[in-house]
Each structure stands twice: as C-alpha cells, then as structure tokens.
Design a protein around this ligand. Sequence first.
Ligand SMILES: NC(=O)C1=CN([C@@H]2O[C@H](COP(=O)(O)OP(=O)(O)OC[C@H]3O[C@@H](n4cnc5c(N)ncnc54)[C@H](O)[C@@H]3O)[C@@H](O)[C@H]2O)C=CC1
Ligand SMILES: O=C(O)C(=O)CO
Length: 311
Amino acid sequence: MKAVLLDAASLGPGIDLAPIRQRVDTLEVHDVTTREQATGRLAGAEVAIVNKVVLDAPTLEALPDLKQICVLATGTNNIDMTTADRLGIRIDNVTGYGTASVAQHTLMLMLALATRLPCYQRDVAQGRWRESRFFCLMDHPILQLEGKHLVIVGQGELGTRVGQLAEAFGMRVSFTARPGNEAQDTRPGLRELAPQADVISLHCPLTEATHHLVDNELLTSFRSDTLLINCARGGVIDEVAALDALRAGHLGGFGVDVLPVEPPRDGHPLLEALSEALNLIVTPHSAWITPEARQKIISLTADNLDAFLMR
Ligand SMILES: NC(=O)C1=CN([C@@H]2O[C@H](COP(=O)(O)OP(=O)(O)OC[C@H]3O[C@@H](n4cnc5c(N)ncnc54)[C@H](O)[C@@H]3O)[C@@H](O)[C@H]2O)C=CC1
Ligand SMILES: O=C(O)C(=O)CO
C-alpha cells in the first residue's frame, strides 16, 4: 500500500514517523504541497496523509486509487467531505492529541486578556511605568476571573477541558447548544448566553453552521467588557466585525490563534491592528504545537491506518 504525506513540515521538528512507516509498503514524504500540486503527488496512492493541504472536489475526483485520507489534525475543513463521501473515500482525523496543549493556550489567552497584558506590556515598553506618579500603573481595568461566567461553544474534547481549567479559577461555565441544532438541544443557544458572558471561547469545528457564528449582530449583544477567544478556526468569528467592536470599546478583549487564511500571506486586518493600543492578541495557530501533542498525532494516525487495513 502506498501512502503519501503531503505536508510533513507542518509537523515541526523531532517527530518520528516510524509508526506510520511500519504500516505501509511505501511512504512518500513531501515537506509542503500546494493545492495545485496535490493531485500529481497523490496519483496512484491509496492513502493521503495531510495536515492542512486543501483537498477539494476536483482533486479528489482525479484520484481513483485513493481510499483513505488521514488528517493529521482534528479540524477537517480543508477536505471536501461531501465529495470524499460520494467517492467512498474514508476520512480519519485525530482527536484528543492536543487537549493539554490547546487548553493551556486558551487559558493563556484568557488570563492575558483578563489582565490586559497587551496594554500593560505596551505601556511598560513605552516608558510609562518609569514616568508614573506612584508605584504602579492601573490605567486598564483587570477582570478577576473568579465568579465570572465563561460561555463555551463546543462541548467536545477541548471545550470540556477548557471548562474544567476555568472552573479551577472559580469561573461559572456554560456550554451553548450546538450551532445549527438549537431546536433539538436542551442547552441555551449562543444568542441567549452571549449577553450574560464575561468570556466567550470557541471550540467547535468550522462548518456551514458555524461560519460567522459570531457576527456583527451577535457582537452588539455583548457586554462591552466581554472577552472573546477563538482557538477553533478562522471564520467562525467575523474577525473584522470583532475588530471594529474592539476599536469602538464594545468588546473588552479579543484573542485568536486562527485566521481564515493561513498563513495570512496577503495580510489580515487583525495583524495590522496589533500596532494599535488594543487588548488584542494574535498567535500563529500555535495552540497545538507542544512536542507531546505533535508526536501523539503520529500514534493516533497509525491507529487510523490500522482501522483502515482491518476494515
Ligand atoms: N488552534 C489549534 O491549534 C487547534 C484547533 N482545533 C479546532 O478545535 C475544534 C474542536 O476540537 P475538539 O474539541 O478536539 O473537537 P471535538 O470533535 O471533540 O469537539 C467539537 C465539539 O463541537 C461541537 N459542535 C458545535 N457545533 C458543531 C457543528 N456545527 N458541527 C459539528 N460539531 C459541532 C460538537 O458537538 C463537539 O462537541 C476542531 O474542530 C478544530 O477546528 C483543534 C485542535 C487544535
Ligand atoms: O488539530 C487541529 O485541528 C489543528 O488546528 C492543529 O493542526
């Protein structure tokens, strides 16, 4: 069986691919692959192993030998799932590999936004502490998390762990109804919970139902000190609307680990706004990248290959 790994560079350094090699006859490894290169590189392969390469309908339709796609990630929004399903191509992603890593990153964003870290760091760098009339600076209000209300979208692996860590800080945690399924869900929807939230954190997949889930209309229902965090996928929030709300003082802080296009080669308004005096943090999709998490992706992918071989 021939497998082709299209974007090995995205796994980072020090990752042992042996568990995958042991399960296939041939493993062809490419560092990076563009959408346009994918068809040629996957020709004749039964298994495609990808992290973020886009496998769209024309690509999949041109690959009659392809039987399985192993996604080296939880999110599968780069794969045309409907076409894969129609063509009988099995999709296996990995979940639970980076729970500690992503939850830690989410809490980091929550703590940094709550303590106005971007604002105080900027003030200190600009010499404002040296010039203070008294021993400290206190120009930016700090949110004490204890007793505050965290609203989470997505009660899966990551949302659940973030909720547990937040409870350790004394926060009250609510999970929203699954977007697109509010009528069948006993939990209140995000629209109902948003006006009561001190912090909102997103941990759902990017789907048609979650695209721009946080839009301009929803943002107007937020309290002006609410902190908004997205470690899920770019596009679940209308980032430009959230940035406008932050600039207008209608949002207390905004932290994102993800953008709609990655890497953001053509720029993004949030990147430009980093030079402004805002409670804004952008991290480069790095929530998942602890060595432990990255190596676990390989062992879970080996399990997915086993499941395919034993089908
Ligand atoms: N920033 C990063 O480094 C990482 C980001 N992610 C993102 O976080 C997301 C969540 O990851 P996990 O908690 O591990 O996944 P999971 O599959 O364990 O949980 C996802 C949850 O979202 C819920 N959900 C809400 N709306 C949904 C909808 N419209 N369709 C389907 N499910 C919906 C599901 O019911 C489920 O409870 C991933 O889909 C991925 O996009 C995942 C890993 C790393
Ligand atoms: O696992 C995921 O979905 C990630 O975003 C990290 O690649």
